[in-house]
Design a protein around this ligand. Structure first.
Ligand SMILES: Cc1cc2nc3c(=O)[nH]c(=O)nc-3n(C[C@H](O)[C@H](O)[C@H](O)COP(=O)(O)O)c2cc1C
Length: 317
């Protein structure tokens, strides 16, 4: 089964995608990139489109509701080595839905069709969609969404098998997902709540072409190889320890910062200390979660300002 790193805002940057690739991810997505920001030439947003060696195939995800912005965004994203251009029609955060994007689109399949068509007209990349099964229980718009998206030329659909009203919690509706797989003429990727081999087996039974993993990978990039059984049994690959993963993550982050400095000499890129502490802060919380002393470390992480302090903290994992 193809295992895919889900788009995760503030997490799935190039260093984390590279780490997940090394830990068994078959494919990964950028975090959602604002089509409006790309259309208006917002400099820091361009940094989200940068890649590192060793990431494997990556899809670029954009969000927006304006056909004009999405047309420009598709042209900006094209030619940068992405394997796919994905439209976000599932994010429930108010800053995204307020402008009619993300999960706001779940209730408007016809608009999803129009936006996919615009993307198709402005790129030669395969265009895909990531969406949910409906706005709320009893309103399964997913079947109309599939018809509209495929009619407009979508090459694949990733379905987070929850309703928008569920945000990121509650049951994952595998029966509906299986029905989507049965009816869809294009490959369907399943998403929602996969953390264990049993979760993966249950989702695989729906017939999906791939399984997308989000929160299960946060602080645990090895989840991909865990699910594939790469670390099981005699003669198996050794599972990297927490400190090994964190140090590798940190080194990739610093390498990526160098890449940004070289490529965008006129943009503001934080100092090594600033970059390392802000970026690693988010991830270290996850690496530590559930470990003894996590609460004390949480407090310590909040006051971290330098690379040296980050290195010290990693030693304690
Ligand atoms: C912190 C966070 C950030 C997310 N960012 C995005 C995003 O940028 N684009 C997107 O389509 N979904 C985003 N999602 C949703 C995930 O891609 C995924 O659909 C959801 O977490 C369910 O999968 P999971 O149960 O494996 O986590 C985000 C979720 C979380 C928790």
């Amino acid at each position: 089964m193809k295992l895919i790193l889900a788009p995760l805002a503030d997490y799935t940057d190039a260093p984390f995608r590279r780490l997940c690739r090394e830990c068994g991810a078959d494919f990964a997505y950028t975090e959602m990139v604002s089509a409006a920001a790309l259309a208006y030439g917002h400099n820091p947003t361009r940094h989200l489109l940068e890649r590192m060696d060793g990431e494997g195939p990556v899809g670029c995800q954009v969000f927006g509701a304006s056909e004009g912005d999405l047309a420009v965004a598709a042209r900006v994203v094209t030619g940068r080595g992405f394997a796919e251009l994905n439209l976000n029609a599932g994010c429930p955060m108010p800053n995204v839905t307020r402008c009619g994007a993300g999960a706001k689109l779940v209730g408007d399949p016809a608009k999803i069709g129009r936006l996919i068509k615009v993307l198709k007209e402005n790129t030669d990349l395969p265009v895909t969609l990531k969406t949910r099964i409906g706005p709320r229980p009893g309103t399964d718009t997913i079947f109309e969404i599939v018809d509209a998206a495929v009619g407009a030329g979508a090459a694949g659909i990733a379905v987070h098998a929850r309703y928008t009203s569920q945000m990121h919690g509650g049951p994952v509706h595998l029966d509906t997902l299986a029905e989507v797989v049965r009816r869809s003429p294009v490959p369907v990727v399943g998403n929602g709540g996969v953390r264990t081999k049993a979760d993966l087996a249950a989702m695989s039974e729906t017939g999906v072409a791939g399984v997308m993993i989000g929160r299960g990978a946060m602080g645990n990039p090895c989840i991909f190889n865990d699910l594939k059984g790469v670390y099981d049994g005699e003669g198996a690959q050794e599972r990297p320890s927490g400190p090994v993963l964190c140090n590798r993550h940190l080194e990739y982050m610093l390498e990526f910062r160098e890449l940004l400095v070289r490529k965008f000499p006129d943009d503001h890129v934080p100092s090594v200390d600033g970059y390392a502490s802000v970026k690693m802060h988010t991830h270290l919380f996850r690496y530590f979660s559930g470990r003894p002393g996590a609460a004390a470390l949480r407090a310590r992480l909040n006051s971290v300002r330098t690379l040296a302090e980050i290195r010290e903290i990693i030693k304690t994992i």
